[in-house]
Design a protein around this ligand. Structure first.
Ligand code: DQA
Length: 149
C-alpha cells in the first residue's frame, strides 16, 4: 500500500469560514476525511498535516523521505514565495502533486507564479475539495505507471 501525506499550509486551518466566496464552505476536517476515505478506496494510506509555519512544512517534507511515497501539497501563500519549500521538495525526491482549491491563474497576478510547480509532478487547481481527490488519483496512476516500467 503506497503512503501519501496531505500537507496543507498557512491559513488552510480556517477553511470553511475563510473567504467562503473564494474557498467555499468545505472545512479542513472535511478535506482530510475525504482524502483518507478516497485514498483507502484506491489503495492509498493517507495521513495529513497542516501548519501555518514554513519551517514546520519543510520539516514535514524532510520527514516524509523514507516514510511516505508521495505528497499532496497545498502550500497556500507560500506557493508564491517559498524557494525554501521548493528546495525541500527537490531534496527529498518524492513525487509531489501541487493542489489549490481556487484557480490561482484566474486570480491576482501575484498568485500566478508557483515555486512549487517547478518541482512538482503537476498542479491541480480550481476544483475545491475535488482538487485533492484528483491529486490522489494522479499519484495513484503515477505509482501504477512507475511499477509497470
Ligand atoms: C490557495 C491559493 C493561494 O494563493 C492562497 O494563498 C491560499 C489558498 C488555494 O488553495 O486556493 O492560501 O493555495
Amino acid at each position: 500500500m503506497h503512503k501519501v501525506l496531505i500537507l496543507n499550509g498557512p491559513n488552510l486551518n480556517l477553511l470553511g469560514t475563510r473567504q467562503p466566496e473564494v474557498y467555499g464552505h468545505t472545512t479542513l476536517k472535511m478535506v482530510e476525511e475525504t482524502c483518507v476515505s478516497h485514498g483507502a478506496s484506491i489503495g492509498l494510506e493517507v495521513s495529513h498535516l497542516q501548519s501555518n509555519h514554513e519551517g514546520a512544512l519543510i520539516d514535514a517534507i524532510h520527514g516524509a523521505k523514507g516514510n511516505q511515497d508521495g505528497i499532496v501539497l497545498n502550500a497556500g501563500a507560500y506557493t508564491h514565495t517559498s524557494i525554501a519549500l521548493m528546495d525541500a521538495i527537490s531534496s527529498v525526491e518524492l513525487p509531489v502533486v501541487e493542489v489549490h482549491l481556487s484557480n490561482i491563474h484566474a486570480r491576482e497576478a501575484f498568485r500566478h507564479k508557483s515555486y512549487i510547480a517547478r518541482v512538482a509532478l503537476g498542479q491541480i487547481c480550481g476544483f475545491g475539495l475535488q482538487s485533492y481527490v484528483m491529486a490522489l488519483d494522479a499519484l495513484s496512476a503515477h505509482f501504477r505507471d512507475k511499477g509497470a516500467v
